[in-house]
Design a protein around this ligand. Structure first.
Ligand SMILES: Nc1nc2c(ncn2[C@@H]2O[C@H](COP(=O)(O)OP(=O)(O)OP(=O)(O)O)[C@@H](O)[C@H]2O)c(=O)[nH]1
Ligand SMILES: [Mg+2]
Length: 169
């Protein structure tokens, strides 16, 4: 199963709802903080019945101390960051480092999802990469970290991420 984690309020629940209902214009944008687990199924697309549904398990940011109990068997991780919240970026970086270094974590692929990019105060992807020292993280080559810039609120940039989620990027 794919795991979706990231700091509190970075937009995981809204993002997964968008990905599961990409063509639904009247989607509710209201969320509550995830306490515990939120399992979302990304359905088979209408135009390609050969694509399997994908199940994603979101763990709330407030549960970060117990995220590791869900790492075992995880091959793919979506790590969601709020691009407009610079003060949260240090916490996000430490959480990602902990996740990558955890002995139970065997992720082969990580999607670093930079969310809320429609906000005027959102930072550039380059700035976020620099603050997070992403190039240093990537020098070990595994897992492969791909970055996606999106807005769950404005429904922007979702299609490339959806392809990654379905394993067809
Ligand atoms: N402006 C803006 N707000 C967003 C975006 N995505 C989510 N939000 C808002 O951010 C807040 C938190 O969203 P959630 O999806 O609940 O965040 P979460 O990461 O699931 O939070 P936890 O479950 O507590 O870890 C909500 O008010 C959302 O409407 C976005 O792309 N842009
Ligand atoms: Mg949530």
């Amino acid at each position: 199963m794919t795991l979706c984690v990231g700091p509190e309020g970075s937009g995981k629940t809204l993002l997964l709802r968008r990905l599961a209902h990409l063509t639904q214009p009247d989607l509710s944008l209201t969320t509550v903080p995830t306490v515990g687990l939120n399992i979302v199924t990304i359905p088979t697309p209408a135009d390609d019945p050969t694509v399997q549904p994908v199940h994603i398990r979101e763990l709330g940011g407030s549960m970060a101390p117990i995220w590791p109990s869900y790492y075992w068997g995880t091959r793919r991780v979506m790590f969601v960051i709020d691009m407009a919240n610079l003060t949260q970026l240090a916490e996000a970086t430490l959480l990602l480092l902990d996740l990558l270094a955890h002995p139970s974590m065997r992720a082969e692929q990580v999607a670093l999802v930079l969310n809320k990019n429609e906000l005027p105060l959102s930072r550039s992807a380059l700035e976020i990469h620099n603050v997070m020292q992403l190039s240093a993280l990537q020098k070990y080559g595994r897992p492969r970290i791909l970055t996606f810039e999106v807005s769950a609120m404005a429904a922007k940039g979702l299609r490339p991420l959806l392809k990654w989620v379905r394993g067809i990027e």
